[in-house]
Design a binder for this molecule. Sequence first.
Ligand code: SIN
Length: 320
Amino acid sequence: MQVNAGKIVVLGTGGTIAGKAGTAGDNIGYVAGQVGVQDLLDAVPGLAQAAQGPLVVEQIAQIDSKNMEFCVWAALARRCSEHLNDDSVRAIVVTHGTDTLEETAWFLHSVLDARKPVVLACAMRPATAIAPDGPQNLLDALAVVNAPGAHGVLAVCAGAVHGARQVQKMHPYRVDAFSSGEGGPLGWIEEGCVRLAQNWSQTQAGWALIALEKIAIDAPWPRVEIVMNYAGASGAMVDALVRDGVQGLVVAATGNGTLHHALQAALERAQQAGLAVRVTTRCPLGQVLSLPGVHAALPLAPGLIPVKARVSLLLELLCA
Ligand code: SIN
């Protein structure tokens, strides 16, 4: 076994991976974020060997990720940045709930210069389950950390490693809950080894580095909401949000960025009033293809699902 002197820092934030149910057979009626991150690691057989070096833990938060807040993101980004700049640290693993994992992955990818691996590990079954998936996902996260050339913000679940841009939760129950869409995952983890299907490097990492400075001085986060196009849509929601002081709007449009005429008109009014508006599609695969005659009025957020487009707009406004 190769021993690497660099530390791996494991940052705990809660989630089902740290969840507890009343009975071992219960995979859904549990409370997330109950088991401390040190206890999670202590329960994994063979973890020390898989780490190939010292492990250090920090509990950043202990939440169900449906309740993710900007203050937790801020603390997480700060600690990740400090550890990435520390020569004695070679990698970071973040334990996280699955429900908003893709948002945190995209947030960290955007604000960090992750020349080292930052791997989000999660679980669909609580720690108390008859067959919990968290321990294997933690071992797999360490395999990713130790894979040659690994870097950037990554997510590990059910034997697959995903990039921050593509990863998306696709299933509310199955252990294999995540997908990277049409491109597939970056690779797979098999018996402690990573079999890569694609290159590690991802586009535009750290594009919002300046946001970290704003976060450090506790600059107020802007308010950005998501609205959706659907049969019978109107502009009422947009008008109400504008009256309520929202600063940015992401719209999950239909198909190739199409909008009900009433919603389109309300969004254009909002934009004229100074709000930042971004158009995405509610289609789970593919991206909106720009069509000048159709998409001239409202800017697109190409290739981003609505929740990630919202993260990007939040950071854009935070940096403005
Ligand atoms: C959570 O997101 O914290 C709960 C659900 C999960 O981790 O699967």
